[in-house]
Ligand binder design. Sequence first.
Ligand code: C5P
Length: 407
Amino acid sequence: MTSPRKIVLAVGGGIAAYKAALLARECLRRGVEVRVAMTPASTRFVGPVTFTGLTGRPPVVDLWDPGHGGEVHVELADWADAIVVAPATASLLAKMVAGLADDPVTATLLCFGGPRLVAPAMHHRMWANDATQRNVEQLRRDGVRFVGPTDGPLASGASGLGRMAEPDVIADALERMLDELDGGADDAADLRGRTLVVTAGPTHEPLDPVRFLGNRSSGKMGYALAERAQRRGARVVLVSGPVALPAPAGVTVHGVTTALEMEAAVAPHLATADAIIMAAAVADFRPAEVSSSKLKKQAGVDVTTVALVRNPDILGGLGQARAASGTRRPMLVGFAVETEDVVGEARRKRISKQVDLVVGNHAGVAFEGDENEAVLVSATREDATGRLSKHALADRILDAVRAQLEG
Ligand code: C5P
């Protein structure tokens, strides 16, 4: 970040509020000035004094503070370059949609005309509820950015999509948002109104509680696609295998581990997505048996055998289901990471998997770095891209997606 920036951290009333303290500290560490506004409910989860100690200023917890000379929500909104809402509860999202302004957080938000980044956190059923999803859609249309939620253990003991993104991930998303304000490219919103599903990363196929079969995919290509599609106006669902990358701002991330989980996460989108881009390096095989206890070495045994069974070909399955339905939607895009005859393999895969476009690339450059070199193979064209950053390649792929969706 180039110059000191000022944000209001708006804290909602969920258990993840304790992580808002870590977020405040992380923003300060990155040179961002932080003032805090709290909903009444949030003060039950984390004491206001915690934020006073961290930021050096008391958080705003009361719109009616007689000790404040003016309208505190107006003053905060005038002061801030951006507002980060973390955690955003289901109720807070609904209030934002409705334009309610009955506490320091909602009043400041309603008064603020700048960029807003929202980190939702709630039980997975509250997140999945139609009402919440409608509210999220509306807020996205209103220009609000989202980071998370992510998949994992929730406060109730259940597990699912609803965990707040980690503080450093939210801080990354905030930095990207502020950097864009500093004169970032004005992206064409040429994918607005489209829903894109992108898969990314490897899958891990467990052998026992501590070991798995995996591959070297970093997830960077899929994350670049998700990030660029979101910037070009699409609603993006990113189904991600285990990677060490922050969730792109404004993208809904569904974390999975195995190929079977990835298949289950992608399948429901066949009926609704405009395009599905399978950038994940899905394991073709998984161990036939998963040991419930750690496998031990046996004295005198130097060679052992692991029986593997085939995983479903997720993309091939989507191609087959689409062909059976007689439609051309959603557009289906696959990747072919090869060590030789990249173009030939991409052609063969496009036909055998019954998909529209295959991005062929060489295993040597595709997996871990920030650059890639590809050939885009469709029924009518073969475009060699030359060496590009993964973000630039993502744009080339999205150009092809847009062209087909418009055609
Ligand atoms: O057949 P191959 O693994 O080379 O195909 C690669 C393409 O198919 C990628 O788009 C990958 O995401 C997808 N794939 C899949 N399910 C698998 C294996 C690959 O969807 N089991």
